[in-house]
Design a protein around this ligand. Structure first.
Ligand code: WTA
Length: 646
């Protein structure tokens, strides 16, 4: 996506500015005393034992934040709101895809989380025992995360769209002995099963002792006696009283797996005190959350956004929020706007790809609904192109609402670069400035800051509370991936540019990671899935730009000698299905091209840049380092033939 050079600015509404949670002064205060500023933010939480040093960076890059402090994340997200007299405040306004609704107050949530914590303990799960969660977007997902946090059992949530095999490798890497799942969930108007994937995955995970199963759809499930337990049975039997224990600030809270540049996903570890501090602070400041707001983030709990801005941030702030199980077009394309109208949503957070899809469906759809309750809009996942930003602001926000384009990552845990709704005069397409307390730089290959207008690599120059602590089981990979490219600084893997005003524009990944509909996918992971098929000899995957999804997966495949390609279309379909089975439907290539050769350098490295040129129908760039220069002509000819067939 290209960066527009001349763009308008949108000043914050006067009233919002005057009453903003986070004012312009925060930048100066954080600059003058960064650690003092973070200590002040930690004051948003209840600490059972106060911390001493704000930061211990003596074993960099392995940070310890709020040293010696003790707290319980679930207590902070639930109990303390009830104790403060807000037990009747609605925490979750759940909307199921079929139209069923549940209002869950903070008091109800306390009851459910306590029962679930007791049920887990009754199954022998305790502090430090990893739990894997594979659930649809239903209230039990929120309850399950909080119940784990309450007893100090680190969780890993695997997105329901991932395959049995992806689930298995995560359970295995994490060492989970307990899995929480459901019979299924509703997607696109029909029940979609989850339990079969768990059953399949567990054939290869002998260490898993128990599977707690939430009944959501009522569909038939296979049952393993002695291992499988119904969630409703276990929680009904359990007491609604549970005393939360305080854990060390650095106690592992969760691991979120994310795609890296190799085939093996990285388990990003987040711990308790620092993570919760930054999630709570940014939720409050970046969305300007006030007690009577109704917030809605459309992310699934299977992604980091669902952790920081559905579960931990909003609940730590005592927010009322909508959670929705299904897709935006079920049963009709106005479903989201209908939910906003019905629940009077004031703060709305979604992904640019979803906005572009709604743009395609047409402005007349949201126009049928009253969206006047909205006061702040947010985006996450990729840069928002200026056209989508303007459409979002005007069509959804009635030209009143600031748009906060929030840049962050699974690894950063919380927002890092974003406009502030009461301060920043936003520019469409720019994430603007580092959050108060965060320091970023844009540097060249040698690590020197680039001049205004030049692009370079985005680095974070100082540690921040919600930073990843390590890669689960692989601290060396943590050092190599993030802390080695530029000495002492965190390398985000994104390109960026500062304009003449000093505002930051994100330019996309600079490594072999793709961004499809705001989801991170690794080229290498999909390549390994393809070559695991008996017909495939070699594969190269690239992300080609796509109007709606940001990038689309395009795969170039060399078949094995003797592979049956008599029905090319059927074989391509078979390969697409194979990737969906190996990784999940989100990783399915949009296009697969069967090619005789791949462009490689003399050292054997695939030149993905050239393949991207072909996939995006561009002139092929500099190919002089190719071992065999005729390859590109072969591929291009093949591509033209395939396009003509489409
Ligand atoms: C991209 C999602 C531009 C970026 C929270 C980053 C963005 C990766 C933005 C992290 C944004 C996310 N502008 N790019 N506002 N937000 N990205 O770990 O490439 O799923 O490195 O975390 O998404 O993806 P992840």
């Amino acid at each position: 996506m290209t960066v527009a050079e001349t763009v308008e600015r949108y000043a914050p509404p006067a009233r919002l500015s005057a009453e903003a949670n986070l004012g312009a002064d925060a930048y100066g205060r954080a600059e003058a005393d960064r650690l003092g500023f973070w200590a002040e933010q930690a004051g948003r939480l209840h600490w059972d034992e106060p911390f001493g040093d704000v930061l211990d960076w003596s074993e960099a890059p392995f940070a310890r934040w709020f040293v010696g402090g003790k707290l319980n994340a679930a207590y902070n997200c639930v109990d303390r709101h009830v104790e403060a007299g807000d037990g009747d405040r609605v925490a979750l306004r759940f909307v199921g895809e079929p139209g069923d609704e549940r209002l869950i107050t903070y008091r109800d949530l306390l009851d459910e989380v306590s029962r679930a914590a007791n049920a887990l303990e009754a199954l022998g799960v305790g502090a430090g025992d990893p739990v894997a969660i594979y659930l649809p977007m239903i209230p039990e997902a929120v309850v399950a995360l909080l119940a784990c946090a309450r007893i100090g059992a680190p969780h890993t949530v695997v997105f329901g769209g991932f395959s049995a095999d992806a689930l298995r490798s995560r359970i295995d890497d994490f060492g989970a002995k307990t899995v929480i799942t459901a019979d299924g969930g509703y997607r696109r108007g029909a029940p979609s099963a989850l339990k079969p994937a768990v059953d399949e995955a567990l054939k290869a995970c002998p260490d898993v002792a128990n599977v707690l199963v939430v009944r959501r759809t009522g569909q038939d499930v296979a049952w393993t006696e002695g291992r499988d337990v119904w969630w409703h049975d276990a929680t009904a039997k359990a007491s609604p009283e549970h005393r939360p224990q305080a854990f060390d600030s650095e106690h592992p809270l969760f691991v979120m797996y994310t795609s890296g540049t190799t085939g093996k996903p990285k388990g990003i570890l987040h711990t308790t005190g620092g993570y919760l501090t930054q999630a709570a602070y940014t939720f409050w400041g970046v969305f300007d959350h006030k007690p009577d707001d109704v917030y809605w983030c459309t992310a699934d709990v299977g992604w980091i956004t669902g952790h920081s801005y559905v579960v931990y941030g909003p609940l730590a702030a005592g927010a009322t929020q909508v959670i929705y199980e299904g897709t935006p077009d079920t049963p009709h394309r106005g479903r989201w706007w209908e939910i906003i109208e019905r629940h009077k949503v004031t703060l709305f957070y979604t992904a640019p790809t979803a906005i572009r899809t709604c743009m395609k469906w047409g402005a007349e759809i949201p126009a049928r609904f009253d969206l006047s309750s909205l006061r702040v809009l947010g985006t996450v996942g990729e840069s928002i192109n200026p056209e989508a930003y303007r459409w979002y602001r005007r069509t959804i926000g009635g030209d009143r609402t600031p748009v906060v384009d929030t840049w962050w990552q699974t690894e950063t845990g919380g927002h890092m670069i974003t406009p502030l709704p009461g301060v920043t005069a936003g520019k469409p397409g720019s994430a603007m400035a580092a959050v108060p307390g965060v320091r970023v730089e844009i540097v060249d290959d040698a690590g020197e800051p680039v001049a205004a207008g030049e692009s370079g690599y985005l680095v974070l120059t100082e540690p921040w509370p919600a930073m990843a602590r390590t890669i689960w089981g692989d601290p060396q990979r943590f050092i190599d991936t993030y802390w080695s490219r530029f000495e002492g600084r965190y390398f985000a893997g994104d390109g960026a540019r500062r304009d003449e005003d000093g505002d930051i524009w994100l330019l996309g990944r600079v490594d072999d990671v793709m961004n499809v509909s705001g989801h991170r996918l690794s080229t290498t992971e999909i390549e390994s899935a393809l070559v695991s098929h008996p017909s495939v000899a070699e594969a190269a995957v690239v992300g080609a730009s796509d109007e709606t999804t940001g990038q689309a997966v395009v795969a170039y495949v060399i078949l094995r000698e003797g592979a049956d390609a008599s029905d090319e279309k059927a074989l391509i379909e078979e390969l697409r299905g194979h990737v969906a089975r190996e990784i999940g439907p989100i990783a399915k290539p949009r296009r697969i091209l069967l090619v005789p050769e791949l462009p490689k350098t003399r050292s054997g490295k695939i030149m993905r840049r050239l393949l991207r040129d072909v996939a995006e129908n561009r002139e092929i760039g500099d190919a002089t380092t190719l071992a065999d220069a005729s390859v590109m002509t072969l591929i291009r000819d093949g591509m033209t033939a395939a396009t003509a067939d489409d």
